[in-house]
Design a protein around this ligand. Structure first.
Ligand code: NAP
Length: 448
């Protein structure tokens, strides 16, 4: 009875939200809370009000009306304010004010919602533990794949099913670049410039195009999938900056698209977490996810494959996920932040990349001399690599630094399933023979 009375009293009061960070996501959140006020109130039986906000510049026009909202300069003071029932962190950064303010809120038992994957990837386990110790909640739906409800699906939607593998496209910038390279025959640099002009890529795009952003998100997902600690520093990472038109065209002729995938699975060797460009058959569902869209596939023992696709970024989509976490807090639906209590998470034992098994696409700039191709094939055979096809493309001339297009020819080898260490060993020997110029291009093939 007491619990029911407490609930009624709780529900008659508005939930007072404090927001630190009023950029793309923060401003969109304020807009959506205002525009959806009636729907929120109907669904919850109580209102959500924004009681205080914080950002660096008080005078900046953010395109939303914050005139009636209390302004607190220091995000940590905002997190500690007694006027705030729920703290929303939308500043970004893995340490600094984001970590300090989220910690301050959790320490006083105030629930937190954040979209900050960098913070979660680095401090997620400690923050989950802190939330549990203080009997409060930590929501981070927006931190992985923006508007796609993948965290909720993993935490609550799959019941007792065991996830066997997770993979997906988790960076819209990379997917946009690879999609345009494939559709329009233009180079990586040109696509990147367009992505920057359109606001899809940062001025310094390293974090996105070299795969680190995907690695952060994958590490968070892997923890939820396998009940292990978040281990972003154990993800094997390769980005897309070395993908050329030659790769895109040869892959297309063979029936593949190239996607930057994040993939994690549990094997006898440990937890395999990898992010790299991948050849996927054009007929698969993941290959159809183009442009800035994201998709996450979950393979489980009960439902086989579940594919969730949608907008992975953008103010409105991300803010909608933040709001969905806020509604969960308002309803007082508590689940451990990482799916199981933090104390029960197992250490993440890393499966070494050299034991990865699969098919490989290998593009070489072979010297145009007699015997080069035969020598390369011999070296592959010596490492027990069986070749599915050998493709010579005189029409695709190398455009890589230090490679003379006139005296080399582009050779692509497609291997049958083999072990990564064997491929690396064979390529070292091929390079030692002096028949190739420049760095070989190695892209893993994934059959789904
Ligand atoms: P943003 O546009 O750069 O906005 C950051 C906001 O934080 C700004 O309002 C900034 O203030 C404020 N801020 C920065 N340092 C601060 C400090 N020391 N004290 C107080 N305020 C501070 O970033 P965003 O794109 O909205 O991203 C926010 C978070 O959401 C990040 O963790 C990001 O990874 C995540 N996220 C973003 C997207 C997306 O599509 N944008 C998608 C998924 C997740 P000023 O405005 O005054 O400079």
């Amino acid at each position: 009875m007491a619990r029911y009375a407490e609930q009624v009293e709780l529900e008659s009061k508005p939930l007072r939200v404090g927001i630190a960070g009023l950029g793309t996501v923060g401003a969109a959140l304020i807009r959506i809370i205002a525009s959806d006020a009636n729907a929120i109130s109907r669904k919850l039986g109580r209102d959500i009000v924004i009681s205080a906000v914080s950002a660096r510049s008080r005078s900046r026009d953010r395109g939303v009306d914050i005139s009636g909202i209390n302004w607190i300069d220091d995000p940590v003071a905002l997190a500690r304010s007694p006027e705030v029932d729920l703290f929303v962190e939308l500043m970004g950064g893995e340490d600094g004010p984001a970590l300090a303010s989220v910690t301050a809120a959790l320490e006083r038992g105030c629930p937190v919602v954040t979209a900050n994957k960098a913070l979660l990837a680095r401090h997620g386990v400690a923050l989950a533990r802190l939330a549990e110790e203080n009997d409060t909640q930590l929501g981070f739906e927006a931190a992985v794949a923006g508007g796609i409800p993948v965290i909720k699906t993993l935490r609550e939607g799959l019941g007792s099913a065991t996830v066997t593998r997770v993979y997906g496209i988790m960076n819209g910038t990379c997917n946009y670049i690879l999609t345009r390279m494939g559709a329009e025959g233009i180079g990586f640099e040109e696509c990147l410039r367009d992505a920057q002009a359109l606001g899809y890529a940062e001025t310094d795009p390293t974090f996105d195009v070299e795969g680190y952003d995907t690695a952060h998100k994958l590490a968070i997902l892997a923890s939820l999938c396998f009940g292990t600690e978040i281990a972003a520093d154990q993800v094997f990472v390769e980005g897309i900056s070395r993908i050329t038109q030659a790769d895109i065209r040869v892959a297309a002729d063979l029936g593949y698209k190239i996607k930057l995938l994040g993939m994690a699975r549990k094997s006898d060797q440990g937890i395999e977490q990898r992010v790299h460009p991948t050849l996927v058959r054009k007929t698969t569902a993941i290959a159809g996810v183009d442009g800035v869209l994201n998709a996450v596939a979950l393979e489980t023992n009960h439902v086989q494959e579940l594919l969730l696709a949608g907008p992975g970024a953008g103010g409105d989509a991300t803010a909608a996920s933040v709001l969905s976490d806020i509604l969960d807090v308002a309803r007082d639906t508590w689940v451990p932040p990482l799916g199981v209590p933090a104390a029960e998470l197992k250490p993440c034992e890393r499966a070494p990349m050299r034991v990865h098994e699969g098919g490989y696409y290998i593009r070489l700039n072979a010297r145009d001399v007699p015997g080069a191709l035969a020598a390369i094939a011999t070296r592959m055979g010596e490492s027990n690599i069986s070749l599915e096809s050998v493709i010579q493309r005189p029409d695709l001339r190398a455009v890589e630094p230090g490679v003379d297009a006139e005296s080399t020819r582009t050779v692509v080898l497609i291997t049958h399933e083999t072990i990564e260490s064997a491929v690396r060993e064979a390529l070292t020997r091929v390079a030692g023979d002096g028949f190739i110029v420049g760095q070989p291009q190695l892209i893993r093939i994934e059959e789904f």
